[in-house]
Design a protein around this ligand. Structure first.
Ligand code: SF4
Length: 362
């Protein structure tokens, strides 16, 4: 099968490798652009959230490049994500696209349906090849997130503006090509060395550390968050991530499928503010903000798409967290009309506020 899939940051490197392991040909859509969003928005119900529109745009671009199948994740719970795959399948069908639509979701009791889907995905690939494919792609995901995390530390301290992003992109494109666990580990060591070399060790400028919480797609996908991490890095900010795709897969897919996933740690952190799951990452946003406030951070940014119900709930709670824990929290809402200039101005003002606070109470 020629399979396309939506973008989620650099996760395409992991997904491509996984699809190849399953014996499919990955059709990676181009990185999100204005065209992606325009195309997706044109065929989406107007009131849906930004991820729906961008993801639909990715699918249309992938199908345009020759894909005959689409992979999309599904979901359960109060958030609209659970309906997305089905609505997108109908939209593509109405547009006359003859494609196989495969939704990946944690089985909630319907193991027969889950098994049917799994069979479609793995086809007739030998078990040995499947295991090797999974190991290789998982190793790529781990290294990908490790070097991204290191780049977040290096960017605000780099000698030459832009060198971290260039180095990161170069290493990610190499990671895409390598096909053994050993070469992945060698690449990781080399990437770490190159990134460390970019640090300006003579600089005495104090780096501001900011944690990011919010809706997973908006936090991870740079096209929809207007390159938030890079912008902050260039403002001298070390970004601390609270969301990782690897962690999400471990918790929400593996542990959930085995009945081992528990919301207890999140509820414990959010206790006094939010009692339970509200869909999406609403509970995580509150719990992680409380956790971040106990760490040595200057502030928190909460980012989510317009009309995202779980994050609107979190947004209503976070001012109280900010007051109780004495940590500034900036909420940023994005949609297809988000303007870069206003976005940049808000970030600069927030970073300026945090730098002043650091000078007053070091
Ligand atoms: S979490 Fe929010 S943005 Fe994401 S799918 Fe649900 S409603 Fe949409």
């Amino acid at each position: 099968m020629k399979v396309t899939f939506p973008h989620l940051g650099n996760a395409y490197i992991f997904i491509e490798s996984l699809l190849q392991g399953f014996g499919h040909e990955p059709i990676t859509p181009p990185q999100g652009t204005k065209r992606t969003l325009e195309w997706g928005s044109r065929h989406s119900p107007e009131e849906t959230c930004l991820p729906f529109k961008t993801i639909l745009g990715n699918m249309l671009e992938g199908v345009d490049l020759g894909a005959n199948s689409v992979y999309m994740i599904g979901g359960w719970g109060p958030c609209r994500l659970g309906y997305y795959a089905e609505i997108q399948r109908i939209i593509l069908q109405d547009l006359g696209k003859e494609i196989e639509f495969i939704t990946l979701e944690v089985p909630q009791g319907n193991y027969h349906l889950a098994w049917q889907r799994l069979q479609k995905i793995v086809g007739s690939t030998e078990v040995k090849k499947l295991v090797q494919g999974c190991q290789l792609s998982w190793a790529k995901l781990k290294v990908l997130e490790d070097i991204e995390a290191l780049a977040l530390q290096v960017r605000p301290r780099e000698k030459e503006a832009g060198s971290t992003s260039r180095c990161l992109q170069r290493q990610l494109q190499r990671l895409r090509q390598v096909d053994t666990i050993r070469s992945i580990q060698e690449l990781k060591a080399q990437a770490e060395e190159e990134l460390h070399d970019l640090v300006d060790t003579s600089s005495r400028t104090e780096v501001v550390r900011i944690g990011i919480v919010g809706e997973i797609y908006t936090v991870i996908e740079p096209f929809v968050n207007l390159q938030l991490e890079e912008r902050l890095g260039y403002l001298g900010v070390e970004v601390v991530r609270t969301i990782s795709l690897k962690h999400w897969i471990e918790e929400h897919i593996f542990k959930n499928a085995l009945g081992l996933y528990s919301l207890r740690p999140l509820k414990r952190s959010a206790s006094g503010y939010l009692r339970g799951f509200v869909g999406g990452h609403g509970l995580e946003s509150v719990a992680h903000s409380v956790d971040l406030a106990q760490k040595d951070l200057a502030g928190i940014i909460h980012i989510f798409p317009l009309s995202c119900m779980p994050e609107i709930i979190a947004q209503g709670i976070l001012p109280q967290v900010s007051e109780d824990k004495n940590i500034p929290i900036l909420s940023l809402v994005v949609d297809e009309h988000a303007a870069e200039t206003g976005f940049q101005t808000r970030l600069e003002a927030f970073v300026d506020l945090l730098q002043r606070r650091m000078r007053i109470c070091p």
